[in-house]
Design a protein around this ligand. Structure first.
Ligand SMILES: Cc1cc2nc3c(=O)[nH]c(=O)nc-3n(C[C@H](O)[C@H](O)[C@H](O)COP(=O)(O)O)c2cc1C
Ligand SMILES: [Mn+2]
Length: 474
């Protein structure tokens, strides 16, 4: 059974040695960010900051909630596994299998009358984001980031689709935040539709609640999918929601902090930069949409969840990388491709996808790669490595061996110019193309060519292949 509340999750992490309580005073200004970063670097337990400079006891923050684990006997993904109700030794393959199996049957949320997220209601002049110990995470950031492990909830103006997505949020002042809402993302598309009609986009932010919520919010699910129903599927029961105070949206009843408000059309204010998912302080500051906060509701002793993007490995890889691998695999299988496994390796920061496949006909690797790019989770992938079915895509040693023995340095590499990319943040793009997200892709074909005669294909020199011992018959 998956965990239904952040506070139960914290207890579970502690029970399994995946949480450290930090009772000494820690400064929200860079210190909390630095300690959280160190947790990722060391694979140390998640950090629960219990006393934060300038804030009364009670206001807490949880750093690296699903960061990588190096606890002996645990898998790298131990905290993700625990969030899903699995043992802390469950590895990438088991988690991906469980994620795909549970996702098959979505569960609609239920709307309840009240919940802990309404314990404190702040309206009008009382709205003050800085009431919470929001960290200034990396040196060089454009401001304090309140949204780093959360859900932004918006409704499509043309349908009943309600999107839950994770998009970074920087505090401008007590009641406004800057947002990175690229057009390639669902929220960007929704905002574009509101803006075209000169309408404000109602929005809510949920921090805390069932830990499956941030998992589905950063998962790259298709358009028209209500992520909250997938969260229900992962939890195994409906997510309880309550109505917002000031907007026509519903939010998780057990959330720690809810921000309600609207994003006005055509309003822009300078946001960023921010230490980012691919391991760089990427992109300059630029004018971006503004989230006006009209109401805050929160639990007593609210806990703010904090991830710290930067060099791998962090939640962008332990969570988003895993769901991306599983979702691409399932999409390719749905298309009828004889794919055996898909993996987005952590140090490929989500940009690289390795696909292991049978190759029924010539140039099949190209078909596989273009199919990856045609999926929603393949949107921001640039390096597609296609390997034969006998290679384990989660084993980078095997992948490297295939790449350096089977991929022809000229004929096996196919470059694809002008593919869609993540705007602003792509380090390998020249400045102008970076702004637009005018990217490029490459296919590494590490499969044996189908047109070669069988005798030209070298036999792998393994114990199984070259020493064909048979057990003596009794
Ligand atoms: C910690 C974290 C922060 C993220 N911040 C952003 C962001 O600021 N903008 C963005 O477009 N995607 C961001 N992402 C990736 C999106 O959450 C992801 O692509 C998700 O699919 C977006 O939801 P959507 O598919 O409903 O648009 C972030 C992911 C993580 C793990
Ligand atoms: Mn979505």
């Amino acid at each position: 059974m998956a965990t239904g509340d952040l506070r139960d999750f914290i207890e579970l992490l502690e029970k399994h040695g995946e949480l450290q309580r930090i009772q000494e005073e820690v400064d929200w200004n860079l210190e909390m960010g630095a300690i959280t970063r160190r947790c990722y670097d060391l694979g140390a337990p998640a950090a629960l900051f219990e006393k934060i400079t300038d804030y009364p006891r009670g206001f807490r923050a949880l750093g690296a909630p699903m960061g990588p684990s190096k606890t002996p006997g645990h898998s790298l993904y131990a905290r993700v596994a625990l969030a899903l109700g699995l043992g802390p030794d469950a590895g990438a393959r088991e988690i991906m299998d469980v994620y795909l199996a549970r996702k098959e049957k979505t569960i609609k949320p239920i709307v309840v009358k009240g919940g802990p997220c309404k314990e404190n209601i702040l309206l009008g002049k009382d709205v003050d984001l800085l009431k919470f110990p929001i960290p200034f995470i990396h040196g060089g950031d454009g401001g304090r980031y309140i949204g780093t492990w959360h859900a932004v909830i918006t409704k499509d103006p043309d349908s009943s689709w309600v999107n839950w997505g994770m998009y970074r949020l920087m505090v401008h002042d007590r009641n406004t935040m800057g947002c990175l809402f690229p057009m390639q993302q669902h929220i960007g598309q929704m905002y574009q539709r509101y803006e075209a009609r000169n309408l404000p986009m109602p929005a809510a932010v949920a921090i805390g609640g069932p830990p499956v919520i941030p998992i589905v919010s950063c998962a790259m699910l298709p358009a028209q999918v209500n992520e909250v129903e997938v969260a229900g599927a992962l939890l195994g029961e409906p997510i309880p929601l309550v109505k917002c105070e000031t907007v026509d949206l519903e939010v998780p009843a057990t959330a720690e902090i809810i921000l309600e408000g609207e994003v006005l059309p055509h309003e822009r204010k300078v946001e960023g930069p921010f230490g980012e998912y691919m391991g760089y302080e990427a992109g300059k500051s630029s004018p971006k949409p503004v989230f006006r906060v009209n109401a805050i509701t929160h639990r007593h002793d609210a806990i703010l969840t904090v991830s710290n993007m930067g060099m791998p490995i962090h939640e962008s890889q332990t969570v988003l990388g895993l769901t991306k691998s599983a979702d691409i695999y399932s999409e390719l299988r749905r298309q009828g491709l004889p794919v055996k496994g898909v993996f987005v390796p952590p140090y490929g920061v989500g940009h690289m996808v390795v696909v292991a496949t049978e190759t029924p006909f010539i140039n099949f690797a190209k078909r596989v790669a273009h199919s990856v790019w045609a999926t929603k989770p393949g949107l921001f992938t640039y390096y597609i490595v296609v390997v034969d079915a006998d290679v384990d895509p989660t084993n980078m040693d095997e992948v490297l061996h295939a790449l350096t023995t089977k991929c022809h340095p000229v004929n096996g590499i196919h470059q694809v110019p002008h593919t869609p990319g993540f705007p602003v943040l792509l380090p390998f793009l020249p400045p102008k193309e970076r702004l637009l997200g005018d990217a490029a892709g490459v296919i590494f074909d590490c499969t044996w060519p189908k047109d070669w005669p069988a005798e030209s294909i070298p036999v792998k020199a393994t114990l199984e292949n070259l020493w064909p011992f048979k057990k003596p018959e009794k």
